[in-house]
Design a protein around this ligand. Sequence first.
Ligand SMILES: Nc1ncnc2c1ncn2[C@@H]1O[C@H](COP(=O)(O)OP(=O)(O)OP(=O)(O)O)[C@@H](O)[C@H]1O
Length: 234
Amino acid sequence: MIHLEQVSKHYLKKAALSDITLSLTPGTITGVIGENGSGKSTLLKLMAGLVRPTRGSVTFDGKPVTRRIASHVSYLSEQETYYPFYTVQETIDWQASQFPDFDHQIAEEILHFMNLDPEDPVKNLSKGNRARVKILLSLARKAPLILMDEPLSGLDPMVRDSIIKGLISFVDLEKQTLVITTHEVDEIESLLDHVIAIREGKIIQSISLEDLHLEEGVNLRQWMNQTYTSSTRS
Ligand SMILES: Nc1ncnc2c1ncn2[C@@H]1O[C@H](COP(=O)(O)OP(=O)(O)OP(=O)(O)O)[C@@H](O)[C@H]1O
């Protein structure tokens, strides 16, 4: 699985991440939380091989992660990365042509689950349905590592709910590991096995949800408030 060892990432002279060491446990769902600009997207891009560390190493199953071996990962970007003039079906077919691990059967199931019309041009879709298409494209791949950058951002509660149900139904935790960045901690809490809190490019806390509930006796929002308040004081 993915391992980061003393990783720092600078953009020009500015540090986006500093001295990050972490390993993901296979078959788990990890949430990454943090304020805007704290380094969440950069962390996912490093895991995906989309940016290179300035210092330290990122490995997957012991091999250095590069753009070329990025087939280990299905990466859902914050940006909209498909062609607006394609229909939903053409978008699915294009994704399938790019990734050998794309599973048409799962794509079809998610299409129905998400109530998407394959003939609709993507440019005519609502924001919620465009978000559902992104989820479909990401989850229809059998990549061992799925990275989702803000899949719930700016969506109404019904769309968020359908996306979370999609994650529960279509991520195969026997074979896949999921990392998700989000500000929507209330919605995501029931999904997570583990949470990492980032502030100004550093991991300030990393804890399992079980410990958070049983040992700390708080929910994710309370824990987040405590964590960020105490890190401001220190
Ligand atoms: N391509 C880039 N060039 C220069 N600076 C960048 C670039 N990408 C990110 N940064 C900077 O790195 C820092 C971390 O950015 P990043 O996008 O990883 O944060 P984030 O936690 O994902 O933020 P958000 O919640 O707003 O998406 C920020 O200060 C950002 O301005």
